[in-house]
Design a protein around this ligand. Structure first.
Ligand SMILES: Cc1cc2nc3c(=O)[nH]c(=O)nc-3n(C[C@H](O)[C@H](O)[C@H](O)COP(=O)(O)OP(=O)(O)OC[C@H]3O[C@@H](n4cnc5c(N)ncnc54)[C@H](O)[C@@H]3O)c2cc1C
Length: 617
């Protein structure tokens, strides 16, 4: 029988996308974990769109899966519509996206937490950290119960001093139907942490039965659905269609005529919103020349008639929302099931954390997810996973896991946050990654599973299948590079299959016409990886060379207690920035805005003379 005490190794505050990954990964590494949520019924709730993936987010979801996380599995088991986005573009930006059954996703996540040994779920609102001798040692709940652990991960999402806005009406709330967590936010501020304010928003939901489908363009899922989890054999099935429509000049007119009714434009909301996920009033005001914007109607599940209206996030009052919805083709008679709203919330400035997601001021404390200024389920899950791993490594007295910009989007995400900070809700884009042709969605397992395996996060069965895949791929690549095709059509003389495959008009499937027989166990997935590696070989080799140069600066480690103010050859502004960010390496120091090339060279020279990071040695 499982026995729980009220003392744990790790306490996780929040059972959203970040908290779930943090708690599961820590428990899977053998730690005793307690996870807190304000509402048990809302574990793993998708606050906004019931969808996982999309550009860069699909990459992150696959990386989380490769590292032993839960998101990919839950997304595949609850998927109802799958599309590989950007297929007409280069492979770096292909992006798997799934529409998910909202209820099923939540249920799967709750079940995963409940099934995990060494993990206890507790419904309680945490109001304070318990601190002893400058270290975190537990948390206090709203009803006065104390819980102890040497590490605490806060993953509280949009709940910190959350305030919901609909038109001129605003009230406190963590998201629709759930209370905010005000005390914890005030407590973090009182501890001297920099707490700031962002906002986000969500569109209305409509009843699918009230739509006129003759005016909507059906968007079926792909014939070959692609999910997120590696080596799990989950059967993927498209079970619904999505639909495309658009706003009209009448939509724009309604919004312009009522713009001052919007919480955003009447000055009620002061927090900064996500530039790349703007509200419909933002789109109309900022792009007045466009008389139409795409709207996607996305079912919320298979046992509901509710649909998410992607593209009209708004904080306008309900009667204006109705006018907007009814101005859109196919939705003239639509019934609104839930109204749109905007939410303002507190986040902790990511300059407070280091690359392991640990709080610089309070040992034992970690932050993950929306609280670090990010937006999005996948961004949150990635951070939760890393925070969970690092809380464990900290307890074991080991070096933290810091992924690199050169091996993962997770590395890019965390490096961006802790090095440059963010002045708007941060979401991931493929353009943020310098090495994106290497950081593809198809090869997240190759990039990260070996790291996860070393940490004991990959089951024997998955590791075996991964290793078999690598062997098969390497053998087939070798065969394609060493054996000749037959001459045919434009190919006047036999050439190596790899040279043939390099031609833009030739795909793996065409090779058979030139005498190639694939071994029966060579899956479509491996064929795809081989094709990309051969077609883009030149670019990939050049990128690997760049990474070697990049890693030289990354490997020049800066001691944690370096006295940056004591380095006279560095500009004062740069010293301030360095002292605040505390970079781990010269490479990271070079990326800090305000630290220029001469500052980082001077730092390097100074560290050669003062390797401990202290002057006068
Ligand atoms: C209205 C709205 C619209 C959004 N729109 C978008 C969008 O368009 N695009 C996008 O990418 N993202 C959007 N998001 C953000 C997305 O939902 C989050 O990025 C994601 O859910 C963050 O995951 P998380 O784990 O950090 O937090 P959440 O998923 O918010 O989970 C937070 C968890 O913390 C718990 N919690 C909080 N405080 C306490 C406490 N004091 N004690 C105990 N438990 C606590 C809660 O109960 C919950 O379990 C939106 C969110 C909202 C609310």
């Amino acid at each position: 029988m499982m026995h729980f005490t009220s003392t744990w190794d790790v306490i996780v505050v929040g059972a959203g996308h970040a908290g779930i990954e943090a708690a599961l990964i820590a428990a899977r590494r053998g730690l005793n974990v307690a996870i807190f949520t304000i509402k048990l019924e809302a574990i793993g709730r998708m606050s906004c769109n019931p969808s996982i993936g999309g550009p860069a987010k699909g990459h992150l979801a696959r990386e989380v899966d490769a590292m032993g996380g839960e998101m990919g599995r839950a997304a595949d088991l609850s998927g109802i519509h799958y599309r590989m986005l950007n297929r007409s573009k280069g492979p770096a930006v292909w992006a798997p996206r799934a529409q998910n059954d909202r209820e099923a996703y939540h249920r799967l996540m709750r079940e995963a937490l409940e099934a995990q040994s060494g993990l206890q779920i507790i419904e309680a609102t945490i109001t304070e950290l318990i601190i002893h001798e400058g270290r975190v040692c537990g948390v206090l709940s709203q009803i006065g119960r104390e819980y102890y652990a040497p590490t605490v991960i806060i993953a509280s999402g949009t709940f910190l001093r959350g305030k919901i806005h609909v038109g001129k009406i605003s009230y406190s709330g963590g998201r629709s139907g759930e209370p905010s967590a005000d005390d914890l936010s005030l407590h973090l501020g009182a501890l001297g942490l920099s707490v700031q304010r962002f906002k986000t928003g969500t569109p209305p939901r409509v009843d699918l039965r009230s739509l006129d489908y003759s005016c909507l363009e059906e968007q079926p899922g792909d014939d070959d659905p692609q999910g997120f989890s590696y080596y799990r054999d989950i059967a993927l099935q498209n079970r619904v269609s999505c639909y495309l429509t658009h706003t009209t000049p009448e939509t724009s007119r309604i919004i312009q005529a009522n713009i001052l009714e919007s919480a955003l434009y009447s000055g009620i909301i002061t927090g900064i919103g996500p530039r790349y996920c703007p509200s419909i009033e933002d789109k109309i005001v900022k792009f007045p020349q466009r008389d139409s914007h795409h709207i996607f109607i996305e079912p919320e599940g298979v046992n509901t008639h509710e649909a998410y209206v992607n593209g009209i996030s708004t904080s306008l009052p309900p009667h204006i929302q109705e006018q907007i919805v009814h101005s859109i083709p196919g939705m003239e008679q639509a019934t609104i099931l839930r109204y749109a709203y905007a939410i303002e919330y507190d986040y902790v400035n990511p300059s407070e954390i280091d690359a392991s997601l640990a709080c610089k001021k309070l040992p034992g404390l970690y932050f993950a997810g929306q609280i670090n200024g990010t937006s999005g389920y996948e961004e949150a899950a990635a951070q939760g996973l890393i925070a969970g791993i690092n809380a464990g490594l900290y307890l074991e007295g080991k070096e933290p896991l810091v992924l690199s910009r050169s091996n993962s989007y997770m590395g890019v995400l965390i490096d961006d946050l802790v090095t440059s900070g963010t002045n708007e809700p941060y979401r991931m884009f493929t353009s943020r990654a310098e090495y994106r042709l290497l950081l593809r969605q198809d090869n997240a397992d190759e990039r990260l599973m070996p790291i996860a395996h070393k940490l004991g996060l990959v089951s024997q069965q998955r590791w075996q299948r991964f290793s078999q895949m690598l062997q098969l791929k390497a053998a087939e690549l070798e065969r394609l590079k060493s054996s000749n095709c037959i001459a045919r059509g434009d190919v006047k003389e036999p050439i190596k299959f790899s040279q043939l495959l390099r031609r833009p008009e030739i795909s793996f499937a065409n090779l058979a016409e030139y005498g190639y027989t694939a071994p029966p166990e060579l899956s479509k997935d491996i064929q795809n990886r081989i094709e990309i590696e051969i077609k883009y070989e030149g670019y990939l080799v050049r990128m690997q060379e760049e990474i070697i140069r990049f890693n030289q600066a990354e490997n020049l480690v800066i001691p944690p207690d370096t006295d940056f103010f004591g380095i006279p050859s560095i500009a004062w502004e740069a010293r301030e920035k360095l002292a605040k960010i505390k970079p781990r390496s010269i490479g990271q120091a070079m990326r800090i805005p305000g630290v220029n090339y001469s500052d980082s060279s001077a730092l390097m020279i100074w560290l050669r003379k003062n390797p401990s990071g202290k002057a006068d040695e």
